[in-house]
Design a protein around this ligand. Structure first.
Ligand code: SF4
Length: 350
């Protein structure tokens, strides 16, 4: 935490949406458009020194210098995979560490952002779920992950996936502030359709999200088509079972007119039988969705195994024959502790 000479707490400017900053400036007698100028300096020109923001008045520059910080996480570790995926361990101002993964795709650079320190949802297959939630990240800390990676790698992120550690709808307000800031034309200007929010199935979050009027993509982690298997993998299913989840997702689709992706992690002898595929096809028939089949990335501490190529292919074909639209994502960075939470666990062990 930073304090100025008078002992006042200095706030991280990345926490402010454009409208909030403009409102603050106006209350202090500055102009509304000054907020746009400041946004342009930090998000477009990447100027981190208030005194060098040459089109601002001297009093405003002094005010900014005395009352705000531009706080970014520090890159503590960086692991590069053979496929170009880079995993970062970032240290926040209070010493906590989070993981952020940069993926190189033909269509651009995608960043997988972490939304909480640890996660309390306890999915059985997940390395992050091995550590209980410590706290939510603020919107400024979410933005800091993008800026820290962009500054380190000297590039611009084109796509965002909120699929790192934590459940986005369990940190709802910060995530919405974050989306509005990165989507803002004066901010990082990442198109809403290039942002994907992934939920483990927190139904009240889906209900809220459908009314946000955002063109952001929604992904729902399903991972099983029957309640017994899903509850075994994801305890959240005991609270919001599959039927409740699918019904909420249908309401989201009807309200937003947007197609949803259901994520399905294929795990050996758990959810990979042809009966599982048939159940899934039956469950999602008529729902405007894609199923994204993901190979499981094994975690040392957990008993689950990935399926082989032939099994993956057979499951995929069965879903196609069942009438579903299916994509098959190759897991990126398999050689670098790429499963969410692995690097953070390793750091704690070292
Ligand atoms: S998969 Fe996501 S929601 Fe489940 S424990 Fe891991 S981080 Fe939490």
């Amino acid at each position: 935490m930073c304090y100025n000479k008078k002992g006042d707490y200095m706030k991280n400017l990345f926490e402010y949406t454009l409208e909030e900053l403009a409102g603050k400036f106006e209350r202090l007698g500055y102009k509304h458009f000054n907020a746009r100028q400041v946004y342009s300096w930090i998000y477009k020109k990447r100027m981190w020194d208030f005194d060098s923001m040459s089109d601002l008045s001297k009093p405003l520059r002094t005010y900014l210098r005395d009352h705000f910080t531009l706080e970014m996480p520090r890159v503590k570790r960086r692991q590069v995979s053979q496929d170009g995926t880079i995993k970062f361990l970032l240290e926040l101002a209070d010493g906590h560490v989070v993981e952020t993964v940069l993926m190189d795709h033909p269509y651009g650079k995608s960043l997988c952002v972490t939304v909480q320190i640890g996660c309390s949802l306890g999915c059985a297959f997940c390395a992050s779920g091995l550590k209980q939630k410590v706290r939510d990240l603020s919107s400024g800390e979410l933005i800091g992950q993008i800026l820290a990676v962009e500054e380190t790698e000297k590039l611009r992120i084109s796509h965002l996936v909120l699929m790192g550690t934590g459940e986005p709808f369990d940190n709802y307000d910060a995530v919405m502030r974050f989306i509005r800031t990165v989507n803002c034309p004066q901010g990082l200007e990442i198109g809403a359709r290039k942002i994907t929010v992934s939920t483990s199935g927190l139904v009240p979050g889906i209900e809220r999200f459908k009314d946000e009027n955002l063109q952001v993509n929604l992904a729902v982690s399903l991972h099983a088509a029957d309640d017994a298997t899903r509850s075994r993998l994801m305890p959240i299913n005991d609270v919001y079972p599959i039927r409740t989840l699918i019904d909420a997702t249908q309401r989201y689709i009807e309200k937003t007119n947007r197609r949803v992706t259901f994520e399905y992690l294929l795990i050996d002898s758990i959810n990979d039988s042809m009966q599982d595929a048939d159940r899934l096809a039956k469950l999602l028939r008529g729902v405007n969705c894609y199923v994204n089949l993901i190979p499981y990335n094994p975690v040392d501490e957990l008993p689950f195994r990935s399926v082989d190529e032939a099994r993956h292919r057979a499951f995929y074909d069965r879903l196609i024959r069942g009438g579903l639209r299916v994509t098959s994502r190759r897991e990126k960075g398999g050689d670098i502790d790429a499963a969410c939470g692995q690097l953070r666990i390793k750091e704690a062990r070292d």
